[in-house]
Design a binder for this molecule. Structure first.
Ligand SMILES: [Zn+2]
Length: 424
């Protein structure tokens, strides 16, 4: 089972100074910063997924994640050298269909997409698809929203043109057909048609909102129509607990950012362990927190007081980690800072009881990953991109370890990939 990590230019600076919250003056972002696969071992994923929409947004109003100089560098170096991918990792391109979900028709031409894949020298690329928003398990063609039917036809039509263009150009790209649907039968029919066009690898799109049982229903139906050589990729799906079952029905790869993003997007499940999740301890930077900054500017709280409390919290957390401070005094400082950040009279959720659990159990002390070993409690502090992304990278290592423990007896997951994973 291969796991692809979707890129959004998530790098960290290995020389970041956590005590003073500063970058080295000599840091050159592109040269010195590192990706997750360069800073933790074993490498937490098997490949990178990169969407055209991130590099070349179709809508000129939305800024892509890539600056013009980065984009030029990506095209100049190719995706492998740009990401400094080791030989055993590979690259998968797609269009990022969620970025144009509101459009009536996908905004990219076949030529543009293939120029992106070929220009960046991707190993494999997904055909242009159009996401269907909805799931009606028993919905026949004529019962469902006509827009769904249309989107499925658009996706199939573009897939046919795409594989034709790959062949016409004699591109070395492995074409991956995108299947859309709203039910087991419609997904299975899309897969059948893609196989007829010549696709041997098929990506299932639009399944992110589905329940695991619904995904399984689709996979069972698809499997009954699947050729022996065809493998499936689940776009945007990460359900570790069900991966063995998914593999039994032909799934050989998936991609997801969810464990990474939970590090800083989730309300409470920020730091993962093999069996549990913890809330990271929020010590926002005064400068980096717009609400707090507004309150300082409005004269509601004094800047000096806020900065003093922020420093006190960080110092106590570090001391606590070294057993030089007690949990009660640490929590009491966090409580004072939280009150300042949230503001009096505003009824917002306190995190204190969650912080107590995180501090009592100090999960980072039991984590073998290089980041927890090096940074200790800093990894559990919710603050700024360097700590938050490192926590995300840590979560990826936890996912990798979980995946490594699974056994994939699926008929199509490939013994070679399986051996590669177990040999680490
Ligand atoms: Zn760790």
């Amino acid at each position: 089972m291969r796991f692809y990590f979707p890129d959004s230019q998530d790098l960290v600076s290995p020389t970041y100074d956590f005590l003073n919250d500063e970058y080295l003056a000599t840091r050159v972002r592109q040269r010195d910063d590192v990706y997750a696969h360069e800073i933790v071992a074993p490498r937490p994923y098997d490949g990178i997924l990169l969407s055209k929409a991130i590099v070349d947004p179709a809508d000129s109003r939305s800024a892509g994640k890539y600056a013009a100089s980065q984009r030029a560098r990506l095209y100049r170096l190719g995706v492998r050298r740009f990401f400094r991918l080791p030989d055993e990792m590979d690259s998968l391109g797609d269009c990022g269909a969620f970025n144009y979900i509101d459009e009536e028709y996908p905004p990219y031409s076949i030529e543009e997409v293939l120029d992106f894949y070929d220009g960046c020298e991707f190993d494999a690329g997904v055909s242009i698809d159009h996401v269907i928003f909805g799931y009606v398990p028993s919905g026949a063609e004529d019962d469902v929203d006509p827009a769904w039917k249309k989107r499925r036809i658009i996706s199939l039509d573009l897939a046919e043109q795409f594989i034709g263009a790959v062949k016409a150009r004699e591109s070395s790209l492995e074409p991956v057909g995108a299947a859309q649907g709203w039910s087991p039968a419609s997904y299975a029919d899309s897969v059948v048609q893609l196989q007829k066009m010549g696709y041997r690898r098929i990506a299932l799109g639009g399944m992110v909102p589905l329940k695991t049982s619904e995904i399984l229903d689709c996979l069972v139906e698809i499997e009954s129509r699947l050729d022996d050589q065809t493998t499936l990729h689940l776009l945007g799906i990460n359900r570790v607990d069900s991966m063995e079952k998914f593999a039994e029905h032909g799934v050989a790869s998936f991609d997801s950012t969810s464990v990474f993003r939970q590090a800083f997007m989730d309300e409470r499940n920020n730091y993962h362990t093999a069996n549990d999740t913890y809330a990271a301890i929020r010590v926002p930077q005064v400068d980096g927190n717009p609400a707090l900054k507004r309150r300082v500017l409005a004269g509601l709280v004094s800047q000096a007081e806020v900065i003093a409390l922020e420093r006190k919290c960080l110092a106590l957390l570090r001391d606590y980690d070294k057993c030089r401070a007690g949990i009660e005094e640490t929590l009491s400082a966090l409580e004072q800072y939280e009150k300042l950040v949230l503001g009096e009279g505003v009824k917002k959720k306190s995190y204190l009881s969650r912080y107590r659990r995180t501090l009592e159990e100090t999960p980072w002390k039991h984590c073998p990953c290089a980041l927890c070993q090096e940074h200790g409690i800093e990894i559990a502090i919710f603050r700024g991109t360097e700590r938050n992304k490192r926590r995300g990278f840590h979560n990826l290592t936890v996912l990798e370890a979980k995946m490594r423990k699974l056994s994939f007896a699926g008929r199509r997951t490939g013994e070679a990939a399986q051996m590669r994973r177990t040999s680490g």
